[in-house]
Ligand binder design. Structure first.
Ligand code: ATP
Ligand code: MG
Length: 429
């Protein structure tokens, strides 16, 4: 019979890979908590309208990438392609953002029907951050400082760079759109076909066209920065000077527009082209001051970002910065020679009780000493704890070092507990 396979672009996360994921997730969420951000969880499925109304009808995501179904009631529902829309919906529905500041994060799978390739999947994972109720450039700076600190604690600061832009208000963008479309229409034939199509639907997206000829043409085009109102301009200048005084380096990229309709004013991307190639953005976000109102809430300032976990994992691997300790999933493997299964299980429980933090696996399934020692070695554990006839008779335990040249020791239970605790505390196996 033909075996059933996973859906293309939707990967399994295997046990050998999960320690790195856990390390990354714990590093990120630990850092977010240190800045006073709190977790929110919301469903993977939402009504299709939520995404259409927030992300925008003529964006790539809504036009081509959503997993949309009719459920058994005949309602149109969609697997979330990103988190911001669901987060705003959840906050509104639960009255979290009426005259209140909220600093929130979430983590989980997102779904987009894209062509799978390096750094691009159909089920991928994001950590997202959304802040509601703050208007000033200080909060924009805070989330950028927070991400910069994350790169530092992951050891990838010199692998990423920051690009920034301001999109101004919706009114600024409308005026700019008219000017840009007007200018591009006169040069229609020089545009690539993708950009020609976008001229009517989503002309600002032409700015980040990958076509070299379009890019050359755009060098002469009207610039968005010339259409910014004084307040947006000031907001952006203040953000830049906050980043300057904090020593965060960035490049202003006037062509950075982001693909979602809800952004306005600040937008940014952290890129890592050397490690990631074409799918180089690891973290992207900006302000979306109009979205809450657009979804039926009161006008509420908002800013946020999302990072792609798979891309971050690629980056950590390429940079070789995952600490060795992350891969070590076991400290000790308990081998029981002879008919001591019950003893061994009990000893395991006692050790877990007395040695907090010890990662210990009991051997199960019987077998001789050599076979069990082979398993101990294969398990990756640093120690084999051996329980045989002599040990049981003496209330003792033999500790064998599997990863370093040190004679094995047979110790009484209490002495073994002291030694194991020392090893666990110092991580020196
Ligand atoms: P891209 O430029 O790769 O298409 P995007 O602009 O569509 O990204 P966002 O919607 O802003 O991306 O999502 C934020 C982050 O989520 C991206 O920077 C990236 O790290 C990650 N991401 C987005 N789409 C995918 C995907 N299909 N597979 C893996 N990661 C993704
Ligand atoms: Mg995309």
């Amino acid at each position: 019979m033909k075996k059933i396979q996973s859906i293309r672009g939707m990967n399994d996360l295997l046990p050998d890979q999960s320690p790195v994921w856990q390390y990354l997730e714990q590093t990120i969420t630990g850092l977010l908590q240190r800045y006073g951000y709190r977790e929110i969880r919301f469903p993977v499925l939402e009504t299709t309208d939520l995404f259409k109304r927030s992300i925008g009808e003529v964006t790539d995501i809504v036009e081509k990438e959503m997993y949309t179904f009719t459920d058994r009631n005949g309602d149109s529902i969609t697997l979330r392609p990103e988190g911001t829309a669901g987060c705003v919906r959840a906050c509104e529905q639960n009255s979290l953002i009426r005259d209140q500041v909220q600093r929130l994060w979430y983590m989980g799978p997102m779904f987009r029907h894209e062509r799978p390739q390096k750094g691009r999947l159909r089920q991928f994972h994001q950590v997202g951050v959304e802040v509601f109720g703050l208007d000033g450039p200080d909060i924009d700076a805070e989330i950028l400082l927070m991400t910069a600190r994350l790169w530092q604690s992951l050891g990838v600061s010199d692998q990423v760079r920051l690009e920034l832009n301001s999109l101004g208000t919706a009114e600024n963008r409308n005026r700019y759109r008219l000017a840009l479309v007007d200018w591009l229409r006169q040069r229609f034939d020089a545009l690539d076909t993708d950009s020609q199509r976008r001229l009517d639907s989503n002309p600002l997206r032409i700015l980040d066209s990958k076509h070299p000829e379009t890019q050359t043409l755009l060098a002469e085009a009207p610039r968005l920065s010339e259409f910014l109102d004084p307040e947006s301009r000031l907001h952006f200048q203040q953000l830049c000077s906050l980043l300057d005084s904090a020593g965060v380096q960035y490049r202003i990229n006037e062509r950075l527009v982001r693909g979602l309709d809800y952004y306005g004013r600040t937008v940014f991307e952290w890129l890592s082209p050397d490690a990631l190639g074409a799918q180089s953005t690891v973290c992207a976000g900006g302000r979306y001051d109009g979205l809450v109102e657009q979804l039926g809430g009161r006008p509420t300032r908002a800013v946020g970002f999302a990072m792609g976990i798979e891309r971050l994992i690629l980056l950590l691997d390429a940079a070789g910065v995952v600490p060795d300790s992350v891969a070590r999933q076991l400290d000790a493997y308990l081998v029981a020679v002879g008919d001591f299964t019950a003893h061994a299980l009990l000893l395991g429980e006692q050790l877990r009780h007395r040695c907090p933090g010890l990662k210990l696996q009991n051997h199960c399934g019987g077998g001789g000493f050599r076979a069990q020692m082979k398993k101990a070695d294969k398990s990756g554990a640093s120690l084999a704890l051996i329980l045989g006839e002599d040990e049981v008779a003496a209330g003792a335990l033999t500790i064998k070092f599997l990863r370093r040249d040190q004679p094995q020791q047979t110790l009484g239970f209490e002495a073994a507990v002291v030694l194991i605790n020392q090893l666990v505390r110092s991580s020196q196996f």
